[in-house]
Design a protein around this ligand. Structure first.
Ligand code: AFP
Length: 334
């Protein structure tokens, strides 16, 4: 008999069956993430033909230029989830204020935080893009959440994942029991299980960073980058540089092949560039579940205190040995 790979829906139903008391609401939420991925990848495939490249002329809450596709991807997330009945709050890198659903609106017990289009400067060049999501549970049933309820430490995430729009579209996620990857089969419109229980190598051979910022980094950070380039067979140096401008694509590469991604703090901007709640926390959850590490250079990402919705953080993420080497240099121990 012909063997069919497991579909995302089958996988979700099977996982749900192993959780006593599961209502199916969380399973539906994941299916809806898959739907958003299909909507966005459909737009991306035709983006050069239907006048949705370029900018909207606006600037977002992060002070960055908004691409038309940023706005479209954000709208897709909001449209799908606002009336899904699965969430009570939505917060996005692209929205200054979160959407807090009133009690009389169909809503569920989850709160979704997302970066709707990661690497959006890649949109006009047909380069990889992504989306990142983080799911929190809202425990109270007697009142609607407030913005403060969304500002939680990464250790409280109950699920996290990303969509990667590359040569194929993938959905990778964790619920704290390993990391699973699904590839969208465009012919049948289904995500199929393609990467089961992903484990990251303890050490890689590749680093990803915007080295144009070298002169803005601390001495320890610069020393680490210099160290990566010195030939030394036992530690596999020199490392190769690979940087796409899309965090999801770079983290996906190292999840599968090992290595390190760094967006360190700068001397005049120690908080770094990336967003804690929409980017660093969900990717840290995934990488830790795969056996890797995520750090600010001094602190585990998942232990960073979240103080505001659009908080930035330095991010060093990847294979355990590589992140530890980077930390040792940054802390002046190497
Ligand atoms: P955009 O989504 O605003 O393009 O930012 C992408 C990103 O958050 C991350 O995906 C990249 O790794 C990083 O920023 C790129 O930043 P630089 O352009 O400063 O290298």
């Amino acid at each position: 008999m012909r063997q069919f790979p497991t579909t995302l829906s089958q996988f979700i139903i099977r996982s749900q069956a192993s959780h006593a008391g599961a209502t199916g609401e969380f399973s539906s939420l994941l299916t809806q993430i898959g739907l958003v991925g299909k909507l966005i990848s459909q737009d991306l495939r035709r983006a050069g033909l239907i006048n949705i490249l370029g900018t909207t002329g606006e600037t977002n809450v992060q002070g960055e230029t908004v691409k038309k596709l940023d706005a479209i991807a954000n709208d897709d997330f909001v449209k799908v989830f606002q009336s899904s009945g699965h969430v009570c709050a939505l917060a996005s890198e692209e929205m200054e204020q979160p959407i807090l659903l009133p009690k009389n609106w169909p809503h569920g017990k989850y709160m979704l935080l997302f970066d709707p289009l990661d690497g959006s400067s890649n949109t006009d060049n047909n380069m990889p893009l992504g989306a990142i999501f983080s799911v929190l549970r809202y425990a109270r049933t007697d009142q609607s959440p407030t913005e403060a309820d969304l500002i939680r430490p990464g250790t409280e995430q109950i699920a996290a994942g990303y969509l990667l729009y590359g040569s194929s579209t993938m959905l990778v996620y964790t619920v704290g029991q390993g990391v699973y990857g699904f590839t969208l089969d465009p012919d049948i419109g289904e995500y199929l299980l393609s990467h089961e229980r992903i484990k990251i190598l303890d050490k890689g051979k590749v680093y990803a960073a915007n080295e144009g910022n070298y002169n803005k980094w601390s001495e320890g950070t610069r020393k680490y980058f210099d160290w990566l380039k010195v030939s030394d067979k036992p530690t596999g140096r020199p490392y190769s540089a690979r940087y796409s401008g899309c965090l999801v694509a770079d983290v996906h590469r190292l999840l599968l092949g090992g290595g390190i991604y760094l967006y360190p703090g700068e001397v005049d901007k120690p908080e770094g560039k990336l967003r804690l709640l929409y980017e660093a926390n969900p990717l840290a959850f995934i990488i830790e579940q795969a056996g890797g590490k995520a750090s600010t250079g001094t602190t585990r990402i998942l232990d960073v205190e979240a103080k505001k919705l659009h908080q930035r953080v330095a991010l060093i993420i990847g294979s355990r040995f590589d992140v530890e080497q980077a930390e040792a240099h940054m802390q002046g121990r190497a």
